[in-house]
Design a protein around this ligand. Structure first.
Ligand SMILES: Cc1cc2nc3c(=O)[nH]c(=O)nc-3n(C[C@H](O)[C@H](O)[C@H](O)COP(=O)(O)O)c2cc1C
Length: 188
């Protein structure tokens, strides 16, 4: 019962964004990743999510907005901290923001639309790892900050399901403790 897909799913680990270097996915790999991610289960076929691709200079432009919001909230913080905030989304060569567009619907619960966006993030993670890249699915404070959501162009009823960071790992990840299956599995 062993194959590459099972091995990947069994051993996958996140790699912190500062350890994700060039090269990132090519244009063709990025297209494939987005196509894979848009194939997740989606009750009612509402496509309750969308993508914002952050690459190259665009990562620094959003970094300006993140640093400005940080400085406004922390006027006494030292310059190095603001500089770190500026570079937040510029650590990995590619960041894909997965935007949830879940909203009330006559038939499909909003919760189901929301978790479909989580499936999108995971499909990006698995797909990118299958291509030989490593990933980090993060939100951080700016995923919940209206100023940053405005800068990214999110509507008031949209949310960030994740910033999926993708790149080539500079350091192999170390395993972390995993749930004890008997703690989380019961039989009904
Ligand atoms: C929706 C979501 C948001 C997350 N946001 C963060 C985050 O902001 N910062 C962080 O350190 N980890 C965050 N994580 C956790 C990492 O993605 C990752 O799961 C964790 O570092 C454990 O590594 P593993 O994927 O190898 O188990 C988030 C996970 C999810 C599902």
């Amino acid at each position: 019962m062993m194959n590459e897909t099972l091995d990947l799913l069994r051993t996958r680990r996140s790699v912190a964004p500062h350890l994700l270097a060039d090269p990132g996915p090519t244009a063709a790999e990025l297209d494939l990743l987005l196509t894979i991610a848009a194939r997740v289960p989606d009750h009612g076929r509402l496509t309750p999510w969308r993508f914002i691709v952050l690459q190259g200079e665009a990562r620094h432009r959003i970094g300006e907005a993140i640093a400005a919001a940080y400085r406004a909230d922390n006027p006494t913080a030292d310059a190095a901290k603001a500089e770190f905030e500026r570079g937040r989304l510029a650590r990995a060569p590619l960041v894909i923001a997965v935007v949830s567009r879940a909203k009330p619907h006559v038939k499909i619960p909003e919760w189901e639309q929301t978790i479909s966006a989580g499936a999108v993030c995971m499909a990006l993670v698995v797909g990118a790892n299958a291509m030989g890249f490593a990933t980090s699915w993060l939100t951080e404070w700016y995923a919940f900050d209206r100023r940053i959501l405005d800068a990214l162009g999110l509507a008031p009823d949209e949310s960030i399901a994740g910033f999926v960071h993708i790149g080539t790992p500079t350091t192999p990840p170390v395993e972390r403790p995993r749930p004890v299956m008997s703690d989380i599995v019961t039989r009904f």
